[in-house]
Ligand binder design. Sequence first.
Ligand SMILES: [Zn+2]
Length: 115
Amino acid sequence: MIYNLPPWLCMKRKYIMFCMMITGPRQPGNDIDVYLSPLIEDLTKLLKDGVDVWDANLQHTFRLHAMVFCTLSDYPTYDNLSGYSVKGHYACPICEKNTSFLQLKHGKKTIYTRH
Ligand SMILES: [Zn+2]
């Protein structure tokens, strides 16, 4: 979101930038750090140093800083990025060891209750 726009504009859909990363048919697994390394480098530079950007409205350059405000991911990606295993009996990252689960008798699958 471009927060230097007026409040009534910055939440409009056309001023919200949404980026998405699709890794391909297979997950990168433990190589996720290598995969994300260029992005982390760019974000670190944007946060610490910023980059010069041309402001066409005011006709001058200014130093732009940016940061990640939030991320959205599916459950398998959460597992991959956070390092917390979302499989098995303690799959809930909030409840952890208190995760309420049942083991299905015939299907042998774990289901999570009260979540
Ligand atoms: Zn839970």
